[in-house]
Design a protein around this ligand. Structure first.
Ligand SMILES: [Zn+2]
Length: 111
């Protein structure tokens, strides 16, 4: 079982070097939250593979930002659920890199 904290630390460093909205990675080497987690988890081999137990600690803190999902096609909202979808938070027009780094800090404080 891979430990949580080192993965979160590595993903945070990846985000510090370059953060990106809209896809896993861009041509400048910027990663979204999930892309950074994937790279951290797979030692840089895959950006699109993250076991859900590594997402949960971040998802748990989305409400701390008073964030509500604005995505018009959000399947969670359509089902009447509170969206905790990391890509929707990452890609939200109001989400900043500082918020994403703070989200990692909050998850790290729990781990
Ligand atoms: Zn959503």
């Amino acid at each position: 079982m891979t430990e949580l904290a080192p993965i979160l630390e590595r993903a945070k460093k990846i985000i510090e070097r370059g953060w990106h909205k809209g896809s896993y990675v861009n041509s400048d080497g910027g990663y979204c939250i999930v892309g950074a987690l994937g790279m951290a988890y797979t030692d840089g081999r895959m950006y699109d593979y993250v076991p859900s137990n590594f997402k949960g600690p971040l998802e748990d803190h989305l409400a701390d930002f008073g964030w509500t999902c604005q995505a018009s096609d959000c399947s969670f909202k359509l089902r009447g659920e509170v969206c905790q979808h990391l890509p929707h938070f990452n890609d939200d027009p109001n989400t900043t890199k500082e918020m994403v780094l703070a989200l990692f800090d909050k998850a790290l404080a729990d781990s």
